[in-house]
Design a binder for this molecule. Structure first.
Ligand code: CMC
Length: 428
């Protein structure tokens, strides 16, 4: 028998169906609420609203659990590589050897970007932020593949668009870096694996050999895996929302990148290092900045701290902090901001303000320290988040299309003026 919840409004009682997730989560299906009662629900910031059912990622914020397609983030980060996780997210299962090789071959075939994209690059000021450029570059792919814009295209064409995005994102990301330092681009080398190819396009100087460090490849794989999906976060919800209007996939991903850039979302990773540098140059006093973060008259927030969903710990942050120690040691990098970050964390976790509000380091708190040790400038950090999140966005878009979901169109409660007469300008 189907389960229901009772809803009582103005003496009128109605039953609403309950939806149970495979991990025991419960939702009240309110889709008939308005037609039955005239009322809608109001949940600003979607703190308590499920926008969809999904079989991709499970997250338990109270217990600090994150799983993709049933596999724990810890197991994936320790045993898999980024391209394999991309396959898992998009297609639903871990690939066998043959499936993986075929996927990798298909991705390799599409790593080049159209030469005309160089002209778009040339038009931007060198100092423009790479995230703004990335949004535009991904959107402009729609101009290069006009025959593939229909989201109701055949499954084969849909797959081609998804592969193109996965293949071209590292190339475009590396181009952004080269642009920022005024160097010529390095073309893809398809004899390399996905992550090594990205590192080579980024750090190889066109006139010199570049030796790819396996420690860096491992670190990058891990970081990209840890960012690969995070269910219905701001950028993913944006991708789904834009996709629900039947917009093409390039536009949806471009919109997701724009949402990610915000400092409360992926843009936090750049802000964390800027904050740590500021604390360092101000004498390294962690307590002073913890007090600033607690002061409601001060707009300062502890960047890389707090999360809408995690109220115990962010499992990604735990893995990244440990990797940070390992990688800095292996690379022989001594970054004083790592010590400041650890001191900030220690001080915050012992402070009642952070304890009561359940504020912990999130994925962005330590990631930037690793990116910087590898050699990325801070403006590139959010681009790296986008590179990691791409398979998640694509998988969520695909799931939405497969479920034939309707256009996303929230309602509102109007709080403006009652009807009033127009006043000519001379009388205002
Ligand atoms: N520093 C100081 N106080 C904080 C912080 C912080 N980083 N985060 C939350 N709070 C306080 C906030 O002021 C509020 O206090 P009060 O109850 O007294 O008004 C309380 O904690 C709840 O915060 P909220 O802003 O209502 O929580 P939210 O769920 O709306 O926001 C958040 C979540 C991530 C936007 C927020 O914690 C924040 O701004 N963190 C810093 C930015 C950041 O690191 N973002 C990356 C998020 S993880 C990567 C990703 O997926 O994007």
């Amino acid at each position: 028998m189907s389960e229901t919840a009772c809803f009582l409004l103005d003496g009128n009682e109605i039953e609403l169906p309950l939806i149970r997730g495979s991990e025991g989560e419960t939702a009240v299906d309110i889709s008939t609420l308005r037609s039955k009662t005239g009322a809608i629900t109001l949940d600003i910031g979607y703190k308590n609203t499920g926008a969809t059912t999904s079989a991709i990622t499970f997250l338990d914020g109270e217990k600090g659990i994150l799983r993709h397609r049933g596999y724990s983030i810890e197991e994936l980060a320790n045993n898999s590589c980024f391209l394999e996780v991309a396959y898992l997210l998009i297609f639903g299962e871990l690939p066998n050897k043959q499936q993986y090789e075929q996927f990798e071959t298909e991705v390799r075939r599409h790593t080049l970007v159209n030469e005309d994209m160089q002209n778009i690059f040339k038009a931007w000021p060198t100092k423009s932020h790479p995230m703004g450029q990335l949004t535009a570059m991904i959107s402009s792919l729609s101009s290069f593949y006009p025959e593939c814009l229909d989201p109701n295209q055949s499954k084969e064409d849909q797959k081609l668009t998804m592969i193109r995005l996965v293949a071209k994102m590292p190339t475009i990301s590396a181009m952004l870096y080269k642009k920022s330092i005024g160097h010529p681009v390095v073309y893809p080398n398809n004899s390399l694996d996905y992550v090594s190819n990205f590192l080579n396009m980024t750090f190889k100087h066109i006139t010199e050999d570049y030796e790819i460090d396996p420690i860096v490849v491992e670190a990058m794989n891990k970081l990209l895996i840890l960012h690969a999906d995070h269910e219905q976060n701001c950028s993913t919800s944006t991708v789904r929302m834009v996709g629900s209007s039947n917009a093409n996939l390039y536009s949806c991903i471009s919109a997701g990148i724009a949402a990610l850039w915000g400092p409360l979302h992926g843009g936090a990773n750049q802000q964390v290092i800027e904050m740590l540098e500021r604390i360092k140059s101000d004498g390294g006093d962690a307590t002073k900045y913890i007090n600033k973060a607690k002061d409601k008259d001060d707009s300062f927030r502890l960047m890389g701290f707090g999360h809408r969903v995690y109220k115990n710990h962010d499992p990604r942050a735990t893995i990244i902090k440990k990797s940070c120690d390992d990688i800095l040691n292996k690379l022989g990098v001594n970054d004083p901001v790592f010590d400041i970050a650890k001191k900030l964390e220690e001080t915050a976790l012992a402070d009642s303000y952070f304890i009561e509000r359940k504020l912990f380091p999130n994925v962005d708190f330590y990631s930037g320290i690793i990116y910087r040790a590898i050699g990325f400038p801070i403006e590139m950090f959010t681009v790296l988040f986008a590179l990691g999140r791409l398979p998640g966005w694509v998988a969520q878009w695909r799931e939405m299309r497969d479920q034939n979901q309707p256009i996303g169109r929230p309602r509102q409660i109007y709080t403006g003026y009652a009807p009033r007469a127009f006043v000519p300008m001379a009388n205002r």
